[in-house]
Design a protein around this ligand. Structure first.
Ligand code: NAD
Ligand code: DAU
Length: 353
């Protein structure tokens, strides 16, 4: 099938796992990783695979049509797996326009180039990696299906919903072959320590407060990032054009329950008295417009394409904690960028620090 695959956002959390997975699984493919290296992108995430002969990195902005076109022409791109995005909900609340620029205009820029370069070819594919947040919040006992109407509630999810709509519109209007997946919350190594799990691991290590939004009763559905990369591989190769696939591990946790489990594991790993980490829990003002519950029904992906998660959550969480404890230098390096400023602005007042 396709051989020259453009992966956008390949230096980020999920992108780096996907690039590694594809390089290891398909030595015949040429993987071109295009990433702007924002605060969230880091080439250190790919150190172990950067010397592979079938790997090329290009620093470029997905909003830069000329740069995208040059990449398509130079590398004869015949597939795109698009992950580049602004991905953090809290940042979207403080700066929505940046999310419109990257997530909407960036996606449409890529679509435009793909449309003009591929000119009606049907042996090509545009794969948009999206989120379950486009469906909004779901009541207890109900689950997001591929047919669930879109109901995005944050600037981040509105921008991702918009980009999903543009991908479908290009499929309908210009017959651009596409596939979309909507995945639940990922966890694992190389996740930027602004998201719940890596932020709390880092704060526990440094004995800083753990800012739990609201009452901590919001529910998220967690999936190991490597299982997301495996799902993208399966959908990319076996998914049907024009289809959407939901990806999730049927693994729902209330934030506070997950945080308490993390606290227990961390006390053991750090040889601290039981209960030490829990004392750091600090309830803070809730996230504005905080979705209460996400829950994916992955039946279509499991039944039609034969994917299933490979790792139990407790094992994955422990593995993730071990990785962060062994890679404190990585955490310090990525935190030393504009993140420190952001962290102070985000939590300083609420935590009185
Ligand atoms: P991330 O923030 O870790 O990485 C995003 C990457 O995109 C970074 O490497 C960044 O440098 C790059 N990027 C940002 N703007 C760019 C631009 N203008 N041009 C080129 N590159 C740019 O994000 P992530 O958590 O790895 O998420 C990747 C994708 O998966 C996103 O589209 C996100 O919406 C989606 N997603 C994430 C999750 C999750 O739990 N993290 C779940 C479902 C879907
Ligand atoms: O569902 C998929 C989405 O999951 C992805 O599309 C997003 O890119 C990804 O960031 C993630 O969004 P969330 O908002 O769910 O993830 P986050 O880690 O920011 O928060 C998880 C939960 O923890 C959420 O209910 C908010 C809460 N939280 C988060 C942080 C950072 C806290 O209570 N305190 C915090 O400091």
């Amino acid at each position: 099938m396709q051989k020259n695959i453009l992966i956008t956002g390949g230096a980020g959390f999920i992108g780096s796992h996907l690039v590694r997975h594809m390089l290891q699984s398909y030595p015949d493919y040429h993987i071109i990783n295009m990433d702007l290296l924002t605060y969230a992108g880091n080439l250190e995430n790919l150190k172990d695979v950067e010397d592979k002969p079938n790997y090329t990195f290009v620093k470029a902005d997905i909003c830069d049509a000329a740069a995208v076109q040059a990449i398509f022409e130079k590398y004869q791109i015949d597939s795109v797996i698009h992950l580049a995005a602004e991905s953090h909900v809290d940042r979207s609340i403080s700066n929505p326009l940046e999310f419109v620029t990257t997530n909407v205009i960036g996606t449409v820029t890529l679509l435009n180039v793909a449309k003009s370069q591929w000119k009606g070819r049907d042996d090509v594919r545009f794969y948009h990696v999206s989120t379950d947040e486009v469906y909004g919040s779901v009541y207890d006992g109900e689950f997001f299906l591929e047919t669930t109407p879109y109901d995005p509630q944050s600037p981040y999810s509105a921008s991702k919903a918009s980009s999903d709509h543009f991908v479908r519109a290009y499929g309908n209007t210009y017959k651009l072959p596409f596939v979309i997946s909507n995945c639940s919350n990922n966890y694992g190594s190389f996740q930027f320590p602004e998201k719940l799990i890596p932020l709390f691991i880092s704060n526990i290590v440094n004995e800083k407060p753990l800012p739990v939004y609201g009452q901590g009763i919001n529910v998220r559905d967690w999936l190991w990032v490597v299982d997301h990369a495996r799902a993208i591989d399966v959908i990319f190769h076996k998914g049907k054009n024009g289809e959407t696939y939901n990806i999730g591990g049927k693994n729902e946790w209330r934030n506070i329950d997950l945080i308490r489990v993390m606290c227990r594991i961390m006390d053991q790993k750090l040889n601290r008295p039981e209960g030490s980490a829990e004392k750091l829990i600090t309830y803070v003002t809730d996230r504005a417009g905080h979705d209460l519950r996400y829950a994916i029904d992955p039946t279509k992906l499991e039944n039609e394409l034969g994917w299933e998660p490979s790792l139990q959550f407790e094992e994955g969480l422990e593995k993730t904690i071990d990785w962060y404890l062994a890679n404190q230098a990585w955490v310090s390096r990525v935190q030393s960028g504009d993140y420190q400023k952001y962290y102070a602005a985000q939590y300083g007042e609420r935590l009185g620090s």
